[in-house]
Design a protein around this ligand. Sequence first.
Ligand code: PSU
Ligand code: MN
Length: 322
Amino acid sequence: MTRSLRDRLDIRPEVAEALAAGRPVVALESTLISHGLPYPENVAVARASEAAVREAGAVPATMAIRDGRVLVGLDDSALEALAAAPAGSVMKAARPSLSAALTRPGWSATTVSATMIAAHAAGIAVFATGGIGGVHRGALGQPGATEPPSFDISSDLEELARTPMVVVCAGPKAILDVPATLEVLETRGVPLVAVGQDDLPGFTARSSGIAAPWSVPNVDAAAELARAHLALGLGSAIVLCVPVPADAALPDEIAQRVAEQAAREADAAGVRGPALTPWLLARIAAITDGASVRANTALIVNDALVAGRIAVRLAGTSASRR
Ligand code: PSU
Ligand code: MN
């Protein structure tokens, strides 16, 4: 059982052919399918994301783990099986749980960190997700708080620091301590770039209320910056943040308010660890009567479309091949 990660990759033929020919490929993650959204919205968004990548002229590769293999590209029946799997049967796989996920039977979904590891091993340089993980509220303790700091900082941040890749998202999730997340990314050398506006996008809201560390006017400029970043060989990812489409966005103040409410409730309910992010997303869906789910699905599909456009612009350059 001493197989390397590369030995465990099952790359879909369409994806393998595109990679071999230097054609654009976009990796998509699967935790947002299994743990981030309810069925059947989750399978609809997975299909729509793949279609958006294709519309942009690239090949989608949704990543997941099944029976000890890393699937690089899922066919439609696999997407459906993963999305419809009974609650609790799909493991959430991140860097720290990757070996456990690969040595148990059945499905595991890949988070941002695990998807980046698999994509890098397969030679894919562009990746789309909904919102990156980060520093949870209360991770660093609060002045005057009775609770000790939880230290709950997503392994996504560590992965972004150590894996060269272009990651397209709608900003750090609003459930997080966004200013602290920005500071960790800065310390770890990860550029965070808003596309088309100066404010950092706020996941289900257009703005997080915080200025982005850097911004570019459009997708062409984003692709140029991403190309330059990868070419420097710094080893880190670059995170491109595109705002949720306006017609599906939650108002900025509402997104903030419900995120704070859900975080307080999670704290009171004692929810901790990898279960926290899925719990918060589900709670916010309930509080907003599904409006957050509509925003979340719209932003995921939009990120996939933008990632496809970025991959097309990078294809054929050394940046797309590692
Ligand atoms: N984006 C979404 N929904 C999600 C996620 C991202 O729109 O559910 C997932 C990603 O897989 C990300 C994970 O890596 O949430 C973060 O989990 P944690 O905070 O436990 O590291
Ligand atoms: Mn965590």
